[in-house]
Design a protein around this ligand. Structure first.
Ligand SMILES: Cc1cc2nc3c(=O)[nH]c(=O)nc-3n(C[C@H](O)[C@H](O)[C@H](O)COP(=O)(O)OP(=O)(O)OC[C@H]3O[C@@H](n4cnc5c(N)ncnc54)[C@H](O)[C@@H]3O)c2cc1C
Length: 385
């Protein structure tokens, strides 16, 4: 029988970031991943670390704390993952969206985010690929990007260097408890006895929580992204649209019209030249079959904003499932009913941006140093009870 100080279930960007931080305080950390590292949501997503799109208040504060860690993370891990401070823009297509975005920028500035509103001419100067019919744009130089595939791999490799054991192609089948306390994890390759189990299974977290009789309301929110052939750089930084902001905050922006399939532009270009064109937001369970209307709606919306996209070849599409909690924030907490069982899941569309701070917050839950108390308070599980 294997013994570990902590077992992390899920080898996505969240699980691997946690492994990296726990390896500093535990002798033996094990990550159990049923497939490959970062092959689920963390490998089917965009690459943006956008601060300006976060809701002012606590969500913005949490994102800022995570963004600050990114500044030196490549150096710390010693493994490059294409972190780039490329800036970000939210393009505005209609006068109605301009009103909404003016207020949005004001609120973000009050929250300490460096973002400004650009008129059409200024926006086109920064991003010549934009249609001349746009109304304007926001711009923030604080927005950044990474290669998400490399990021999970980098966290995993750096964790291994600190002694963590990352078990891929190993599925968690059950969690054993005795007298209300976690005892171990049963996988399809054997049993691991442990005092701490961290549920970092992203959209699959409810099935893991069920193993200890805990109900989690995280739902998969499907997103589709189109990937183009490699072309010369035409996009600088990451581009969202004001419609995307509305779609992202759909649940609480009750007055906002819902775009079909929850579509809103998210556009970026990888280092190798492929464009990532997103995206949709739908609740269809874990259904991976894509309706052709979604693909054409995403392409049509994107080419209204960047007309030259009409002549670029789409080579494939990808589907990911955002772990959606309903209030735009993840759950990072100990489960009071089951001693030793922690949840770090539900990062929805912000898991890449929030992975660095999540590792620290889970370490804090185990260490109890009190350092990040105010960041953990709003992430408690009890807010859904
Ligand atoms: C279309 C789209 C675009 C996005 N764009 C961005 C963006 O630009 N910026 C941003 O910050 N975020 C973005 N996100 C969100 C981000 O991708 C997610 O929040 C993040 O990847 C979630 O990571 P995770 O580790 O929690 O989940 P996952 O990556 O899904 O990892 C969970 C892991 O648990 C494993 N697992 C599940 N059950 C078991 C079991 N029984 N045994 C063992 N292992 C198990 C799975 O195999 C999986 O690898 C986007 C998401 C989507 C879908």
């Amino acid at each position: 029988m294997e013994i570990a100080d902590a077992v992390i279930i899920g080898g996505g960007v969240i699980g691997t970031s946690i492994a990296y931080r726990l390896a500093d305080i535990c002798d033996k950390v094990v990550v159990v991943e049923k497939g490959e590292v970062g092959a689920q949501t963390s490998g089917s997503c965009d690459k943006a670390i956008i601060l300006q799109s976060k809701k002012p208040g606590f969500p913005s504060k949490l994102a800022q704390a995570s963004r600050a860690i990114y500044e030196n993370l490549e150096d710390e891990l010693g493994i490059p993952f294409e972190f780039k401070k490329a800036g970000g823009m939210i393009v505005i297509q209609s006068p109605e969206h301009l009103q909404f975005m003016k207020q949005f920028v004001e609120d973000q500035n009050k929250a300490g985010i460096d973002v400004k509103l650009l008129d059409r001419k200024e926006a086109l100067e920064k991003q010549p690929c934009f249609s001349p019919h746009i109304v304007g744009s926001t711009y923030s130089r604080e927005d950044a990007e990474v290669n998400p595939l490399l990021l999970s791999q980098a966290f995993a490799k750096a964790s291994r260097q600190k002694g963590a054991d990352i078990k891929t192609h190993t599925k968690v089948l059950d969690i054993t408890c005795e007298h209300g306390r976690v005892k171990g994890v049963q996988t399809d390759k054997g049993y691991i006895a442990t005092e701490w189990v961290i549920n970092a299974a992203g959209p699959f977290a409810p099935a893991i929580a069920e193993m200890v009789g805990v109900e989690l309301t995280i739902k998969p929110r499907r997103g589709v992204i189109l990937i183009t052939e490699k072309i010369k750089p035409i996009v600088h930084g990451n581009i969202l649209c004001a419609q995307y902001i509305a779609a992202k905050h759909l649940t609480d922006n009750k007055g906002t019209e819902v775009p079909p399939f929850g579509i809103g532009l998210s556009l970026g270009q990888t280092k190798s030249g492929n464009l990532l064109i997103g995206g949709s937001r739908e609740f269809v369970g874990f259904d991976k079959s894509i309706n052709a209307n979604i693909l054409s709606s995403i392409a049509a919306h994107a080419s209204q904003i960047v007309p030259s996209l009409k002549t670029v070849q789409i080579i494939r599409s990808m589907v990911g499932f955002r772990p959606y909690t309903g209030d735009g924030l993840p759950i990072i907490d100990k489960v009071p009913e089951v001693e030793g069982f922690l949840i770090a899941a539900g990062h929805e569309g912000d898991g890449i941006a929030l992975a660095p701070i999540t590792g620290y917050l889970v370490r804090e839950l185990i260490e109890r140093s009190g350092r990040h108390k105010e960041l953990l308070e709003p992430l408690k599980l009890e807010r859904f009870k």
